[in-house]
Each structure stands twice: as C-alpha cells, then as structure tokens.
Ligand binder design. Sequence first.
Ligand SMILES: Nc1ncnc2c1ncn2[C@@H]1O[C@H](COP(=O)(O)OP(=O)(O)OP(=O)(O)O)[C@@H](O)[C@H]1O
Length: 324
Amino acid sequence: MTSTASPPRQGARIEIDSLSKSFGSFRAVDNLSFTVEPGVVTGFLGPNGAGKTTTLRMLLGLVRPTGGTATIDGQTYQHLDNPGQVVGSALEATNFHPGRSGRDHLRVIAAAIKVPDSRVDELLDLVGISAAAKKRAGAYSMGMRQRLGLAAALLGDPRVLILDEPANGLDPEGIRWLRGFLRHLASEGKTILVSSHMLSEVEQTVDDVVIIANGRMVKQGSIAELHGPRRSLVRTSDAEQLVRQLAQAGLHAQRTGDDTLEVSGDDPRKIGDLALAARLPIYELRDSKSDLEDLFFQLTSQPENRNRNLGDDDQPGQHEGGMQ
Ligand SMILES: Nc1ncnc2c1ncn2[C@@H]1O[C@H](COP(=O)(O)OP(=O)(O)OP(=O)(O)O)[C@@H](O)[C@H]1O
C-alpha cells in the first residue's frame, strides 16, 4: 500500500508497547501493550489504582517509563513537533488557578500553545459554560470543571484527545452530553482515549475497550465482543418443551429457570413463530444482554489481577511532583 493512495486521516494512532513503570519496588504499570485507533472512542478501564493515570502520564511525557514506549503518531510526546495541536488532554479537573476565571484560564493556555484568543469563546460555548466564563474557576462545580478541562484540551484542535475520568462529577444530563460530544469528535476522525474505573459509566460512550488491572492487560476488544454473540431470553409456560421444539428447528437453546430459556442467535421472530406452532404462549421475549459491569468485576478481580493496593504489604511510596 502506498501512502499516496490512502486518504488523509485526521487522527493519529496511539501505541503503547511493553510499557512499564515502577515506583521503588512497586510495579504500577507492568509490560502493557495496546493500540488506540483514530475514529473511535476507546475506553481505558480498570479499578482504582490499576495504573491508568500512570499510563496516561507516561503517554503525555509527564512520567518517565521504566521500560517500553508510549507514542502518538509514531513519536513520543517529547518528540512531537507541535504537541498542543497534536494531542489535547485533561488529566485532573482541578488543575487550574482557582482565582482565575474560566475564560482567563483558557486564554493562558491558548497563548502557550499559540492558538488565537477567538478559540477561547468558541470553546466555552461548545462545552456549554459561556454563561460562567467570567466566574472564578475555583467556584465552578465539578461538572463545570470537567467541561472547562475539556475546553482546554480542545483549544489546539488536536487530533488526539486523552481524558482521565471525564465523566466524574457529571450529572446524568452531563454524561449524556459528553457521550454525544465525544461521539461527534470521533466521527470527525479524532483519536479518543477515555479512562474510567466504571465500565457502566462509559459503556454507551465507547466503541473499544482496554481493560487493565494491577498494571497489566486483562482484555482488549470492542464493546460488541465483550457482549458476546446475541442471545434471546424467552419466558413461556413449558420451557423444556420449547427447548426441544427449537432444537428440532436447529436453534440452540437452554433452560435458565423454571419458565425461562436462553436462545442463541438473533432471530426473535423465528422463536415466536416456533412457539406459536408448538402452541406455547410467550410471556416475555427480549435480548439477553450480558451485564458488562459484572463481567468487568470478574475480569479484574481474578486473584492474579486483584489490586495490590487493596490490602497488600507491597505498598507504593508517597507521590512526588514533577517528572517521575
Ligand atoms: N508518584 C508515585 N509514587 C508512588 N506510587 C505511585 C505514584 N503514582 C502512582 N502510584 C501508584 O501506582 C498505582 C497506580 O496508580 P494510578 O493513579 O496510575 O492508578 P489509576 O488506575 O489511575 O487509579 P484511579 O482510578 O484511582 O485514578 C497506585 O498504586 C498508585 O498509588
């Protein structure tokens, strides 16, 4: 494939390759490898202390890896030509001068990354906080701080957006707004990596997931893959008989309760028709979705993945400022 044949891509791929970080004898990130593609929203998930923020900080050149590499568009953050216009990030919703207004906070960043002041009002409007533009950011609610952080991340119209727990502190309406907003940015071809410690919080926002626990990879794939093949739940008067009836028609079904069964496949009409032919009433027929939060818990709480912070002796040292 020649590069001239491919259309220009707005996004840039993030590549994490054998990345590790130790703080003293504590391995916060342990040989992690994954890629994040443009044009989709990727969730970076793991329980508290799993190593998400440390990984993001290495990607942003704020923490020095003990081993491996973290690159954006093939370059480490330090080697990017114009980092402010390649990658925008919001790591902490409190990372601003509390006495400064929201607008002034954005102006300072705009000047630093050489973006015209006009972008500031544009972004305040886009994230829905223009009415509070002149208020002290210190008086903002958590949700408003999240929006301000997002505006700051987007000032340079970056191709890559990295957000640490952006849904924290947002009310249901805010989460809904964020979902639509991130989906829109992804549809423009941006690369979006969003961390969260709750799969249910981002389940409807992300297309792909990277799940880590205890600094290590647990699972990577699409949300659809996590859900597994489609299944239907059926409630009827005689589950055993319906299982037999469906089996004769080549459908795989198994009883899951006194009057319920689960059928593999994706044709509820066929199930309904077969039940009618067998003169069995249908009391309920619906998609049987796996509970992703349960799955997330199972994946991350296996003994080998259980978080060392929650009860181990091998405790990390104090956090330090600056490059670590
Ligand atoms: N500077 C540091 N010094 C010592 N230990 C650290 C330092 N930074 C992080 N850690 C430890 O590394 C582990 C991973 O922390 P990290 O903040 O990356 O996790 P996280 O997945 O982002 O968790 P959370 O969801 O709680 O933010 C934790 O045990 C944390 O205490």
